[in-house]
Design a protein around this ligand. Structure first.
Ligand code: SF4
Length: 320
């Protein structure tokens, strides 16, 4: 079945939902065949370049939303650092650092459902300065925006806007009740209407079924998203998901491989939770179809050193 799905995709036929579901159940003995299929599609559709992003959490905590996976929600008591908007200077400084690391993109992120006018003005100033002084592609993840704000970011040559679906539609309500799945889909539609590339993915390992994981990938396919960050839940103390059992490294590797078969040409970017959940098997997701990575730490957790990540990617034969 793996060979027939691979041949179908290579000849331009998309994988079916039922096939993807079955492949997610691949046993340990066939895992390498599945990885090989995903790696073949990745090389054919995307080449050998790895997409590296680095981010800054420019405002942390204080969030009125109740996303059950998030340490920044004010509904929960967590040990996450809480601070207001950090200002232009620190954002520009971090962008310079990201450029020095070799990141392709630098993403400005703030907690909450959207920036205030004052915060948005400062973010625009930071982007202008980064464009002028740093020369790294800028992405943003600022929550839900009005169309005027999306247009303003487009004019500032923002490359991508991150707005994740987080989960499949039928699982979404189990992890967030204060804002809707449809609202997230509409925001992605607005980005596309304005011509700003959506960066849109989700989180796996939140208690969803394997089928719901596949549904998320098919929803992303329907939205024709070109950059798909995949976070793997690192359960944070104090959140409702704190005691959830994390996915096994093999389940994560299989999920990434099947995502590649569903989304042949997308950048599949391994985001938060990589070090915590994959441990010594991190390299295997990049042999199973992944072609993007966040370096230099995440929103509320640290990653491992950038040098270790870059060495792993060089050893795997990726172009940096
Ligand atoms: S994911 Fe975003 S919207 Fe949800 S609680 Fe965290 S910061 Fe707030």
């Amino acid at each position: 079945m793996i060979k027939s799905v691979l041949n179908n995709i290579l000849s331009g036929k998309a994988i079916e939902f039922e096939e993807a579901k079955e492949l997610l159940d691949t046993g340990r003995e066939e895992l390498y065949l599945l990885m090989h299929a995903a790696d073949t599609i990745r090389r054919r559709s995307c080449g050998n370049k790895i997409d590296l992003c680095s981010l800054i959490n420019a405002k942390s905590g204080f969030c009125s939303e109740d996303c059950k996976f998030c340490a920044q929600s004010s509904h929960y008591k967590t040990d996450c650092k809480v601070y207001p908007f950090i200002g232009v200077e620190r954002i520009v400084k971090k962008a310079k650092k990201a450029k020095g690391w070799g990141a392709d993109n630098f993403c400005i992120v703030i907690s909450g459902t959207g920036p205030t006018e004052e915060e948005f003005d400062k973010i625009k100033k930071a982007i202008e300065r980064i464009n002028k002084e740093v020369g790294i592609k800028v992405d943003c993840s600022l929550g839900s925006l009005r169309i005027g704000m999306v247009k303003a970011l487009k004019e500032l040559r923002v490359e991508r806007y991150n707005h994740n679906l987080e989960a499949s539609e039928d699982f979404y309500k189990s992890v967030c009740t204060t804002h809707s799945y449809n609202g997230r889909v509409s925001m992605v539609g607005m980005l596309k209407d304005v011509g700003l590339n959506p960066c849109c993915g989700g989180i796996i390992g939140m208690g969803e079924t394997p089928e719901q994981r596949i549904r998320l990938a098919f929803s992303l396919k329907r939205l024709n998203v070109k950059c798909v960050p995949v976070n793997i839940l690192n359960p944070r103390k104090g959140t409702p998901l704190q005691d959830i059992e994390t996915l096994s490294p093999f389940d994560i590797i299989k999920t990434i491989a099947v995502f590649r078969l569903i989304l042949p040409g997308a950048i599949i970017k391994i985001a938060g939770g990589r070090e915590y959940t994959l441990r010594d098997l991190q390299a295997m997701v990049f042999m199973a179809g992944a072609n993007g990575m966040i370096i230099g730490g995440y929103l509320t957790t640290k990653g491992r050193s950038v040098e270790q990540d870059l060495q792993m990617l060089r050893d795997l034969g990726f172009e940096l």
